[in-house]
Design a protein around this ligand. Sequence first.
Ligand SMILES: Cc1cc2nc3c(=O)[nH]c(=O)nc-3n(C[C@H](O)[C@H](O)[C@H](O)COP(=O)(O)OP(=O)(O)OC[C@H]3O[C@@H](n4cnc5c(N)ncnc54)[C@H](O)[C@@H]3O)c2cc1C
Length: 578
Amino acid sequence: MSVVKNLVAGRILEEQLFPYPRLRDSDREVLGAMLDAIDQYLGPKHADFKRWDRDAEQPAEFIQGLRDLGLFGLIIPEEHGGIGLSNAAYARVLGQSSTHDSSATLTIGAHSSIGMKGLLLFGTAEQKARYLPKLASGEMIAAFCLTESGAGSDAASIRTRADKNPDGSWTLNGEKIWITNGGIADLYTVFARTSSPQGKITAFVVEAAWPGVGHGAHEDKMGIRASSTTTVSFADVRVPAENVLDMEGKGFKVAMAILNNGRTGLGGGAVGGMRTLIALSCAQAHTRKQFDQPIGDFELIREKISQMTVDCFAAESAVYMVAHYIDSGFEDYSVEAAISKIFASEALQRGAYEALQIAAGSGFMREYPYEQVTRDCRILTIFEGTNEVLRLYIALSALKSLGKSLGELKAAVDDIFNHPIKGFGVLSDYAERRLTRATGVGRDKILAQLPQSLRESAAIYERYTVEIARVSDLLLRRFGRSIADQQLKLKRIADIAIDLFVGLCVTSRAAQLAHNAAGDAASTADAVQAATIAGLFAQQAKRRMANNLRRIERNEDQEMNQLAGFILDKGHYPWDVM
Ligand SMILES: Cc1cc2nc3c(=O)[nH]c(=O)nc-3n(C[C@H](O)[C@H](O)[C@H](O)COP(=O)(O)OP(=O)(O)OC[C@H]3O[C@@H](n4cnc5c(N)ncnc54)[C@H](O)[C@@H]3O)c2cc1C
């Protein structure tokens, strides 16, 4: 059951949030050695990474080194020659490689998170046996080919075509753009519109060596410049029938499942980036002196460092909670995965801005790492679903689920989407009863048993769970299906849901750290600070949630829309002081 969909329905699924999950013992054993090996290989290459960023290249010998470390087989089961890490351990590996270089992390991440994930999730035994061993060793590198020039966020509008031949094989024609690993991949997961009457999308596994497959030049990008990004083209490529992934016509579902499943890799990488920024900022704050004092003594600098820490802890708590959901076989985690991607990517971008500000003039110089981190992390709010589209997805998925659960009260809500007012009284009573039952007035639940230091935070999340349910109920009744057009209202619902879910993950983790620390002085000190972080996050979240709630009703949305219309019509800013 989705935690967030339940929050929006007024229920906190405490059993899915507490206790905070622990990495599997088998993962811990492998991880220790693996993280050391990554540090040993990538650590001495920082000057190379800088040069490769400038020259926009990733030498073949370097990629061979990644192969030798086993980094292309991270999540492939051992029976197919991989390491068989869980999603959580995989996210941790990407976090470690991110502390060194984003492009290298993306090369590994695009291969595992999206490039060959379709084979893992949907491949037949025969497809897996044929490809996974080569993908695990890195003999084959994978890429994910969905985006086209006319189909970005609207992925369902792709035009690449797959026509079925009499012998059951397919002929593929079209061009994909901005494909990560496009220039170095040997295997592509390709999405194409099939020639069935419905024109449904189908996923195919396509080898780069087949006649008619080609790729364009390395794109000249703002960030992650060394990572390969190219067009990938298909001209009358014959794809055997056995290379269809999952079922014909199910390609869109396959694409979304891959993206949902892969999001914790991106989140793990973002957390690694934040760790680096915090370490860099601490060093700068200690060593840089102005007005005869280390700048770390100034409150305005200290505030930035503590905020980066709160953000990093919060992102990490959400990313690893979602990784645990995936590893535990939960089926309905796509909304939580979207939240972890949004929160981690935006937290890293805020961190990059503040770390550069702490380094100030030095931060602006290419000699230092800040400008590259700033460029590299800019992509994270754009790819694997833009954060705007993911916010809409979060709110609409949760509202849809709420609409369905309300639909259980068929008599009251029979026609809710057409006659929103009709079921008002019954719905209100129902919501009231449900909220009371769900949000802790009973008070024998996990949240009520948290350590004293976390109870105030828990109470905030309980209260706003009631509020999000109340306002969602109201919006559904008022707008019915046309809620989908109320993007600013949806964004506010999504932002409240983000604060609730991330905040509950933070609370859970702080509670677990307090529980584990018993007796040990160093761990107790860390646990006390974790509770401080939980309190800080809860207070900040409360202010944001209160603001978002208020602005669902009282806002300037109409004026903003009208002004945008005026400027869009003009096409430029019309005023001047001349
Ligand atoms: C470096 C890089 C690597 C990439 N790697 C891959 C890859 O490996 N494989 C792959 O298939 N693709 C890849 N992509 C493509 C990436 O996933 C897309 O760029 C992304 O999905 C957004 O599409 P778009 O850029 O066309 O933006 P658009 O979809 O054109 O969006 C433009 C703006 O409009 C907003 N918007 C769009 N629709 C709505 C809506 N309904 N409501 C409100 N706002 C909306 C967006 O949020 C955005 O701000 C990559 C892109 C880059 C830049």
